[in-house]
Write a protein that binds this ligand. Structure first.
Ligand code: ATP
Length: 274
């Protein structure tokens, strides 16, 4: 059952969706699987244009947060509010249509489709003219397609994917495929982007490239992003603020420099290594 706390600093009302309010507000999120408490009363906010990172040892609950945010898991308690709209209880497709996009740890591209086709699929939910209507109203459908193609080409340019436009996704080098997946998520025109271990399996050069593209995306699009990542250097370099989890509990939230030196965070990582 949803628990609405009185401590919510900003009640979820659409008319208050002003620019100063955080784009995402998570309050007292609790998620249980039988006897396992994956998330235990977790609260945090993400500001507009903020790059917010979630860290923690294996099994801390990072993926569970993403799965609650995009509607794959339904938390037993707590609220999630995106721009004044409650998310808990909505289906993943509805949440995606509200502006929450996600990249996956393992690639989520269609291997036989070209890079451009994959990006166009990312825009599917934004397309109003289906095939049937398109036949009847081909003029409007054509104009709409031109608009969508132009939006996709902007992303291709931003992420420097031009040389790979017509290549089937399955043939892309790994680093490029990860970038294409970022492009597919951006093609959705999200208001919140969830980045699930964007540099997993990358070498140093690819990791540095990814960091550069994320900085670029942020500068160009001013998009709010949540980053789950084990690469601490990337997190500390890129994030505005960091939430550290341990056994489903939020043990610290703050600037990267504060989190790096936080005794509870150090203990959580060293404890896990013992
Ligand atoms: N579908 C599920 N069924 C049962 N238990 C689950 C499920 N999903 C997650 N859990 C449990 O919830 C806890 C948190 O898992 P989660 O995957 O969110 O951690 P994580 O921080 O993402 O870990 P990692 O860094 O290894 O990906 C773990 O104890 C995990 O076993």
């Amino acid at each position: 059952m949803e628990r609405v706390t009185t401590s919510d600093p900003a009640p979820a009302r659409e008319d208050e969706a002003g620019t100063d309010r955080p784009i995402l507000e998570v309050r007292d999120l609790t998620l249980r699987f039988g006897g396992v408490t994956a998330l235990d009363g977790v609260s945090f906010e993400v500001g507009r244009g903020e790059l917010f990172a979630v860290i923690g040892p294996n099994g801390a609950g990072k993926t569970s947060i993403f799965n609650c945010l995009n509607g794959v898991y339904r938390p037993q308690e707590g609220t999630i509010t995106l721009d004044g709209e409650r998310l808990v209880g909505r289906a993943p497709a509805a949440i995606a249509a509200m502006g929450v996009a996600r990249t996956f740890q393992n690639l989520g591209l269609f291997e036989h489709l070209t890079l451009i086709e994959n990006l166009m699929l990312g825009r599917h939910h934004l397309m109003r003219t289906g095939f049937g209507t398109g036949m009847l109203w081909w003029g409007r459908a054509k104009r709409e397609e031109v608009r969508h193609r132009a939006a996709v080409e902007e992303i291709v340019e931003l992420l420097e994917l031009e040389p790979y436009r017509r290549m089937p996704a399955g043939l892309l080098p790994y680093g490029v495929a990860k970038r294409a997946e970022l492009g597919r998520a951006l093609a959705m025109e999200p208001s919140l982007l969830l980045l699930d271990e964007p540099v997993a399996g990358m070498n140093l050069e690819e990791t540095e490239d990814t960091a550069r593209y994320l900085v670029e995306v942020r500068r160009e699009l001013g998009l709010a992003m949540i980053l789950v990542e084990h690469d601490m250097r990337l997190v500390m370099d890129l994030a505005d603020r960091v939430l550290a989890l341990d056994f489903g509990v939020a043990i610290a939230t703050g600037k990267p420099s504060e989190i790096q030196n936080h005794p509870a965070v150090i203990e959580a990582y060293l404890g896990g290594a013992r």
